[in-house]
Design a protein. Structure first.
Length: 486
């Protein structure tokens, strides 16, 4: 997809990583035009973000790619600790309860980042979108009505809004003057590489602790669905890892029981210094920050890519509501309101896991993330039990007719659930199935995870409004978002 003229679009997305591609897919299915530009000549080639958390799998279910994701990936392997060439025993790195009726994806899945991006790009093309590769933004200006971007191809783009999804070194964030405060999580640089090691078994995530008190480790993880392994290794502060085939071979020979020539190929390699950083704001006028452009995580706990997908999922339906369905522009203010505190919370979790102060448990699965205190949340019931589902919480899965609640939620619409109640409902607009303004109504029997009542579920699967009776403000809530009663 080449750009060499003036282009008009609804949303300009800068960056074709998991964040930008997720957002582009969400907008495309809503009928919102979006242009994705990527400065590199192709998709990111490495495995970097290789763990997909259960909440991300739910997002991918909604976007129509879960089948491809599950087919291409696999479970995260159990760790195997080695010392002096001998297996010391298995190490379970996280607690996972397995699937349940409320959470059908109970544990994380392994999928190299490059493959996740391939799947999302294929879905985007199915939906009629694409990516302009080898295209960088060289200048950007905005006015009260939109943004104008100059591209490295000589073309210019006019869009209603722009989204910086161009990574931790975001040029767009820098151009906007948005600062990113943070800290070094660990002064020791880390090498990460995708390698071929045919002599090593693929049954475990192989771990090689330091043999002294330096704490310098190495780990070799089989990448599900590929013949590759991801190698990670820590180096002393102030050193620069050798990323060449020879350097990687020497590293493997020094840190493991394998000979140097066991590494037959290095397919991608990089080094980084683990850090945690958060942008001081996620919006500047008509430009939004998402993904690593807004928050940078330690890879410990597998939170970075997953938090980025949640950013895109939160922003996508709101942009669609404003640009396609006539919702007030103030709806977009809730993106930063909802996502910045959650990103900060997850950032702290990643740092604690990196430092050994927390275990990979329920919080890392991201199913508990919610927006109870946000302005878009309306809980009208009182005297609820402490463990009750409330407005702002993720809407759990469960039975619904001949299918499931997730089947009912799937798509760009809102969903009104009447659970275990015959409460009268207002007549709602039917609308077009392609419109995010559509409200689908389902009556289901009493279901313990919900209790009884009315639950208006947002397009991103969170309960926006909850009440015992529609007269408790449901019509007013819908009208405020231009989801008016018929």
């Amino acid at each position: 997809m080449a750009l060499n003229s003036v282009k008009e679009t609804g949303v300009l997305i800068v960056g074709a990583g998991p964040t930008g591609l997720t957002l582009a897919c969400d907008l495309a299915r809503r009928g919102v035009s979006a242009l994705v530009v990527e400065r590199d000549r192709g998709l990111f080639p490495g495995s970097r973000g290789k763990g997909l958390q259960p909440r991300t799998l739910e997002v991918f279910d909604d976007l129509g790619v879960i089948g491809a994701v599950l087919a291409a990936g696999g479970p995260i392997p159990v760790g195997m600790v080695w010392r002096d060439g001998e297996r010391q025993g298995e190490h379970h790195m996280f607690d996972a309860p397995g699937p349940t009726p409320t959470a059908p994806y109970g544990e994380p899945r392994m999928l190299p980042q490059w493959r996740t991006q391939e799947i999302l790009l294929a879905r985007l093309r199915e939906l009629g979108g694409d990516v302009a590769f080898d295209t960088a933004v060289t200048g950007l200006a905005q006015d009260p009505h939109g943004v104008t971007a100059r591209l490295s191809t000589g073309a210019s783009v006019r869009a209603a809004y722009a989204v910086a999804a161009d990574g931790g070194r975001s040029t767009l964030r820098a151009a906007l003057g948005i600062t990113m405060a943070g800290e070094s999580v660990d002064p020791n640089p880390v090498l990460v590489a995708d390698v071929r090691i045919p002599a090593l078994d693929r049954d475990h995530w192989h771990m090689f602790p330091a043999t002294d008190d330096s704490g310098l480790f190495a780990a070799i993880c089989p990448l599900a669905g590929t013949p590759d392994f991801q190698l990670t290794a820590q180096f002393p502060a102030g050193t620069t890892p050798d990323l060449s085939l020879r350097g990687v071979r020497d590293l493997v020979a020094a840190r493991t029981h394998l000979p140097a020539d066991a590494v037959t190929e290095v397919r991608w390699s990089s080094d980084f210094r683990p850090r945690a950083a958060l942008a001081d704001r996620f919006r500047e006028g008509r430009v939004f920050l998402a993904g690593d452009a807004a928050h940078v995580h330690s890879p410990a706990g597998g939170q970075g890519l997953n938090t980025s997908v949640q950013d895109a999922y939160n922003l996508g339906w709101k942009l669609g509501a404003v640009l396609r369905d006539g919702a007030p522009g103030t709806l977009l203010d809730t993106y930063e309101e909802e996502r910045l505190p959650n990103a900060a919370q997850v950032l702290g979790l990643s740092t604690r896991i990196h430092r050994g102060e927390a275990r990979r448990g329920a919080a890392t699965r991201q199913l508990g993330i919610g927006y109870r205190e946000a302005s878009l949340t309306a809980e009208t019931r009182t005297d609820l039990p402490e463990d009750a589902l409330r407005a702002g919480d993720r809407a759990p899965d469960g039975p619904c007719g001949s299918g499931t609640l997730f089947d009912a939620f799937r798509g760009p619409h809102w969903t009104l659930l009447a659970v275990g109640t015959d409460a009268e409902l207002p007549p709602l607009n039917g609308g077009s199935a392609a419109s995010g303004a559509t409200v689908h109504v389902h009556r289901v029997p009493a279901y313990e995870p919900y209790g009884k009542g009315l639950f208006l579920v947002r397009p991103d699967g969170y309960v926006g409004w909850a009440g015992e009776d529609a007269r408790d403000g449901l019509t007013e809530y819908l009208a405020a978002l231009d989801l008016k009663s018929a």
